[in-house]
Design a protein around this ligand. Structure first.
Ligand code: GRF
Length: 199
């Protein structure tokens, strides 16, 4: 099975997946890292791990669909089976979602369906929740919405700041994201309506 990871930023989740593939916890090929930000640290991690990279700039395309059409073409060319979004800061078009239906997963730093959007950690913290934590889910046409694969609760401590909380959420992400990829690769995830059955 061939995996592509999409990232726009620091790439710590990408790193967790690189490590899990290296140690053979995930038995698949990490074939490609895709980014829209040429200077992002995630690309440095990919290069260090000798994973092929593809940088595609938004400004080179007229609209989201033409951007995504080219990406899908690139993915098919490399026979990618699974798309792993790891801090990729673009919304996928319905075209892309349809082309890779139930084969795109995302990680969100809050317990969905609460605190969707770009500021999941901050919004949960400011709301005063006592428990938050990451969610791995399949991607559908709506943002942060598809069937949920895994979640890990992270209790908010009395003296937490947004930063200390974010760190523990990241630690939890690095546990559940490689695990979700492993379950997918082993064919153990079955989507039934809104639910994901783990076999
Ligand atoms: C993570 O917090 C993830 O939940 C969100 O983007 C962040 C990416 O972090 N989707 P990193 O680039 O993997 O360190």
């Amino acid at each position: 099975m061939n995996i592509a990871v999409f990232a726009s930023g620091f790439g710590s989740n990408l790193q967790a997946i690189i490590d899990a593939v290296k140690s053979k916890k995930i038995k698949a090929n990490l074939k490609l890292v895709v980014s829209d930000i040429p200077s992002c640290y995630a690309l440095k991690r990919a290069k260090k791990a000798k994973v092929q990279t593809l940088v595609q700039l938004a400004k080179d395309f007229a609209d989201r669909q033409s951007y995504d059409k080219e990406i899908v073409r690139q993915l098919r060319k490399r026979k990618i089976d699974l798309v792993v979004l790891a801090g990729f800061m673009r919304i996928l078009s319905p075209y892309f979602v349809k082309a890779y239906k139930n084969r795109i997963i995302n990680i969100h730093p809050a317990l969905l369906p609460s605190f969707k959007g770009s500021y999941g950690v901050r919004d949960a913290f400011q709301h005063g929740v006592k428990v938050t934590g990451p969610t791995v889910h399949f991607v559908d046409e709506k943002m942060d919405h598809g069937p949920i694969i895994l979640q890990e609760p992270v209790p908010v401590k009395e003296n937490d700041t947004e930063e200390t909380l974010a760190q523990r959420i990241h630690d939890a992400e690095h546990r559940i994201y490689p695990l979700a990829v492993k379950l997918f690769v082993e064919g153990r995830l079955k989507v039934v309506g809104r639910k994901v059955k783990i076999g």
